[in-house]
Design a protein around this ligand. Structure first.
Ligand SMILES: [Zn+2]
Length: 403
């Protein structure tokens, strides 16, 4: 039932069509906007980063399979001593350390490719600090969730009911506090300095009917040369953030990026995404209960009340995360296309939109022609040629000269 509810909410809230059916169809074509050298560089960068990314994914699946289909995890966590909650927390830390021991060198491989292409501005100390903080946040959330699940299973037989409620609440709470608790661990955020750019951005937000008190600038340049902006949080914690790297470019392009983010804010995309995520987490908890019953025998853990069950639960959650990725990306790409149309509606400037997309793609070395598997697994946004084609279709639909 929870799964059906999640699917129904996704079906209703996802903007399946960015433009009306009468809009002309423009075929995405990288060769129209990018030189052969730019296309070759993007393909070479893609080829260089593919191996570590797929290896990391493959090892994650392999480890999860080992935890879910064999008694390996139960034997490993069986060595831990102490009260049940301490064994749960130590179990999470042990599993995290094992996975990371394998992933760390692959992460270093990927990072050295970023450096070879001039995308990373970090040294190894800063890179390691970032990674350790990220792992720490994930492990802390996972340990909390596991203590709650095992604790509930020790008290009630149908633990999945209160656990599903808890998963829903935890997802909403995390999304709300994320911008003020987690993001500051990684970046400094300062209000955009007074000046013509800030004034014009806030004017545009007012014209759009989106109440924005400030645009924050993140010191992303200490990590990357890539350009980006995003909206996070909702209600009192909602914020629009632009990378400091973006501000080095032409003002109209910054306005276009912010116009896209205003689209997310105006459509309540973060809140929608949070509610879908929370429903999905509740449905996932029920599924976790069912899947656990299926693999109990194989793993040698009879009940979720046993602290060793953490190995099985973590393995199942890891599989669910990978398997749900393509569906999340599919929805995300439609939400992103709507924000692009919002930016075009607000600025009525498809020429700058196309220029901005080109600059983003060249600076970030975006994949200009992702293959079907990459697209499904990793693409949270439409590809650059698709976004440019959308702008051209918008221009023809609205009788504006197409760039
Ligand atoms: Zn977006």
């Amino acid at each position: 039932m929870l799964g059906l509810a999640t699917v129904a909410v996704v079906a209703v809230t996802t903007p399946w069509r960015a433009l009306p059916p009468s809009a002309p169809h423009v075929v995405p074509d990288p060769a129209r906007d990018f030189t052969p050298a730019e296309i070759a560089r993007a393909a070479a960068f893609d080829a260089a980063t593919t191996a570590p990314v797929y290896l990391s994914l493959g090892l994650t699946l392999l480890f999860a399979g080992l935890l879910v289909l064999t008694p390996f995890g139960a034997r490993l966590l069986g060595r831990l001593r102490g009260p049940w909650w301490m064994r749960v927390v130590l179990g999470v830390l042990l599993l995290t350390a094992l996975v990371e021991a394998v992933r760390w060198p692959l992460g270093m491989w990927a990072e050295s490719e970023l450096r070879a292409y001039g995308l990373s501005t970090q040294d190894w100390a800063a890179w390691s600090a970032d990674r350790i903080k990220g792992i720490g946040v994930d492990a802390a959330v996972l340990a909390l969730a596991m203590v709650v699940v095992v604790g509930l299973a020790r008290k009630v037989r149908r633990w999945w009911i209160p656990a599903a409620v808890g998963a829903f609440a935890l997802t909403v709470a995390l999304s709300f506090v994320y911008p003020v608790v987690v993001e500051p661990l990684f970046n400094d955020f300062r209000p955009m300095p007074q000046g013509a750019l800030r004034t014009s951005l806030l004017e545009m937000a007012a014209r759009d009917g989106v109440p924005v008190e400030d645009v924050l600038v993140a010191d992303a340049s200490r990590r990357t040369t890539a350009l980006n902006a995003y909206v996070s949080g909702f209600g009192a914690t909602r914020r629009i953030v632009v990378y400091d790297t973006l501000l080095r470019g032409p003002v109209p392009q910054v306005e276009l990026v912010v116009a896209h983010e205003l689209g997310h804010a105006k459509n309540g995309d973060v809140l929608d995404g949070t509610l879908v995520g929370a429903l999905g987490a509740a449905a996932g908890t029920a599924l976790l209960y069912l899947a656990f019953q299926l693999v109990r025998r194989r793993t040698g853990v009879a009940s979720a009340a046993d602290p060793r069950a953490v190995a099985v639960l973590v393995g199942l959650m890891s599989l669910a995360t990978v398997l749900s990725g393509p569906a999340l990306n599919l929805v995300s790409r439609h939400v992103e296309a709507r924000a692009d149309v919002h930016a075009l509606d607000l600025t009525k400037d498809p020429a700058t939109f196309v220029a901005m997309q080109k600059r983003l793609a060249i600076t970030n070395i975006s994949d200009l022609s992702p293959d079907a598997v990459e697209y499904a697994l990793f693409a949270s946004h439409p590809s650059t040629p698709e976004r440019i084609a959308l702008a051209r279709a918008w221009a023809r639909l609205n009788g504006v000269p197409a760039p």
